[in-house]
Write a new protein. Structure first.
Length: 622
């Protein structure tokens, strides 16, 4: 928590952060304590003596402090790897204050010693947040970290803001409270334990607002009670743009509860998207998967759109989603592939989005999708004659040996992913079963692993320990991560270092006996792109796609912008290290989804794991 103590108005105001505290006396600020992120020449007595800055308020977060000047400008200093400085950069730290970007006028700031994000209240009651966003605590409708202040969604006006451990709340002028972010302990006050990436009204029950008073309606009661209440915030996830041609495109997404779904679209000319396109099943369709196609457009043109789930509008953090139509191509030969998708109990799903991507020696295609409804009796069908290259400017060439990666997204029914050759897909041989459970086999000793799915609920390292030990008591001993050029570990039997388990990261798990780790989540169909720093980086291949499927392929990708950036790629196998030196032929191993890898660089670079499909042809991945 962050504590504020005014000392009865007779002395400096004191603010406590995580392992440090700050005192604000008049406009002078001084801080003492842990200086790992905020450094100076005298760590033990006074970390900062910021005589050149005049602050009226300071807001300490876990390892970052932001100050507010008399004119309402915000300056931040300390740790910045998740964008906590708000200056548009992801940097390890800054020992001196930097101005947020773009400059904004705030009336107050809010932070918490257990969080890595900060929020500010604008002069019109608008809320802006920046920094760490894994649990949706920035309120932007997604979980991407932001290095610039971004507007909180929902078009709400607040009188005050409060930040807690990975969640945020705001109080409106009328006295209504809205919260968003981490909700594993029910801290959002909506009667559920589901995280929110946009504000949800406190006092809701399972996401449905319960009115304090109700006015009786005249006439008979409706025969069908709606499953959702318009105006209740609901977050969209897995937003995808597929089936892009010269004149059309499809937008699909999933929600954690059944809602209506539309998009608002328009030309990418700076205006707000306003034209409404409805779900293919009709405007009144209520589902946890949504499928909207826009047609009759112009070739090679840019369009912007927002995703609307009930009355909640996902504007992609205010930037809007953007899609560019392809060029007009010659007519190709149809080639219809198909397969089946079933519920876990073998039943017929009522709504599933199936995405197909082709991979071969010529790279990876742009994705195609199909919507399965109950009347389709588990069967999906995708015509490969519609495949285009990733740049959309040519047909994607394929053969019977080309591998198709098939992802089925069933909303609350779970997901499934599998691979099949074109030859087998033409006979409908691939059968997928929806599930939200992912199982990892762990061996005695050290295991270098990564998530293959976005967890259904936030996963802290003690949660992973408990899940593993539920199968074999005491099997999980410790979990370690590599952060800021050093190890941070959590002993499963002790409380310290309760860090989050995240997709795209690698983790060393030490086991005293073999066991399995089962967790719930949505399988990742595409790799998590990572920004890597100079030196060693421990990364996780949550999903792999395209070719080549080797360590050498990652070396080539990392060195594409500047030769010599990547030095080596290492994996842990059979109780020891195996390394591939970039530019040399030995040990060019295959990258696998669910494994962790060490990559050594001489300068920062961006990495997205390349590789063949995550399972062999015709296999099913649960």
């Amino acid at each position: 928590q962050v504590y504020y103590h005014p000392l009865q108005g007779k002395g400096p105001r004191v603010f406590l952060g995580n392992f440090f505290f700050c005192a604000l006396n008049s406009s002078d600020i001084s801080c003492s304590g842990d200086s790992r992120w905020i450094q100076s020449n005298n760590d033990s007595v006074n970390l900062w003596a910021l005589r050149d800055y005049s602050f009226t308020l300071i807001a300490p977060a876990a390892y970052t402090v932001c100050g507010l000047t008399p004119g309402g400008a915000a300056w931040c200093w300390g740790k910045g790897s998740e964008g906590q400085l708000g200056n548009g950069e992801y940097v390890a730290s800054s020992a001196r204050p930097v101005s947020i970007n773009p400059a904004r006028v705030f009336t107050s700031l809010a932070a918490d010693a257990a969080s890595n994000h900060t929020c500010g209240l604008g002069t019109s009651g608008d809320a802006w947040c920046w920094g760490y966003n894994y649990f949706g605590q920035l309120g932007t409708g997604d979980t991407a970290n932001r290095a610039n202040p971004v507007a909180v969604g929902g078009d709400l006006t607040f009188a005050s803001l409060a930040v807690g451990g990975n969640h945020t709340c705001g109080l409106t002028p009328a006295g209504a409270a809205w919260c968003w972010g981490l909700n594993v302990n029910g801290q959002l006050g909506d009667g559920s334990h589901t995280n929110r990436t946009t504000p949800g009204l406190v006092g809701a029950s399972g996401g449905v607002v319960v009115p304090v008073t109700a006015t009786p309606t005249v006439g008979p009661a409706p025969s069908v009670v709606p499953t959702t209440v318009p105006g209740t915030a609901v977050g969209a996830r897995s937003v995808r743009v597929t089936n892009v041609t010269d004149t059309s495109f499809t937008v699909s997404w999933a929600t954690d509860r059944a809602t209506t779904g539309t998009i608002r679209w328009g030309p990418d000319d700076g205006t707000t998207p306003a034209t409404v396109a409805n779900d293919r099943r009709g405007a009144s369709t209520v589902s946890t998967v949504h499928y909207v196609t826009v047609s009759g457009r112009t070739p090679s043109s840019r369009y912007r759109f927002d995703v609307v789930s009930d009355s909640t509008v996902d504007t992609n953090g205010g930037a809007h989603y953007v899609v560019t139509t392809g060029s007009t191509l010659a007519i190709t030969t149809p080639s219809l592939t198909y397969g089946t998708v079933s519920l876990r109990d073998g039943g017929v799903p009522t709504g599933v989005i199936v995405q197909v991507v082709a991979s071969g020696s010529n790279g990876t295609s742009a994705p195609l999708t199909d919507l399965i409804v109950a009347s389709d009796q588990r069967t999906w069908a995708v015509n490969l004659g519609n495949l285009r290259t990733a740049t959309l400017d040519a047909p994607f060439a394929f053969t019977d040996a080309t591998v198709l990666t098939v992802l089925a997204e069933g909303g609350v029914d779970g997901s499934a992913i599998g691979t099949v050759t074109v030859a087998d897909a033409l006979t409908g041989s691939l059968s997928l079963t929806l599930s939200d459970e992912i199982t990892v086999s762990l061996q005695t000793g050290w295991n270098l692993v990564a998530l293959r799915a976005n967890p259904a609920s936030p996963m802290l390292v003690p949660d992973a320990c408990r899940a593993i030990n539920a199968t074999v008591t005491g099997a999980a001993v410790e979990v370690n991560r590599w952060i800021d050029s050093g190890w941070e570990g959590h002993f499963c039997a002790l409380p310290p270092h309760r860090f989050a388990i995240e997709a795209g990261e690698g983790y060393f798990v030490r086991m005293s006996a073999p066991a399995t780790w089962t967790y719930r989540g949505t399988l990742l169909a595409s790799p998590v792109t990572r920004s890597l720093g100079a030196g060693w980086n421990l990364v996780g291949a949550s999903a792999v796609s395209g070719t080549p499927s080797t360590a050498a392929g990652s070396c080539a990708q990392l060195n594409a912008a500047q030769a010599g950036t990547a030095i080596e790629v290492d994996r842990w196998i059979d109780g020891g290290w195996e390394g591939h030196r970039c530019g040399l032929p030995p040990n060019d191993f295959t990258l696998e989804a669910g494994r962790g890898y060490f990559i050594r660089l001489v300068r920062p670079a961006t990495w997205a794991p390349t590789g063949a499909s995550p399972v062999s042809a015709s296999a099913v991945q649960r």
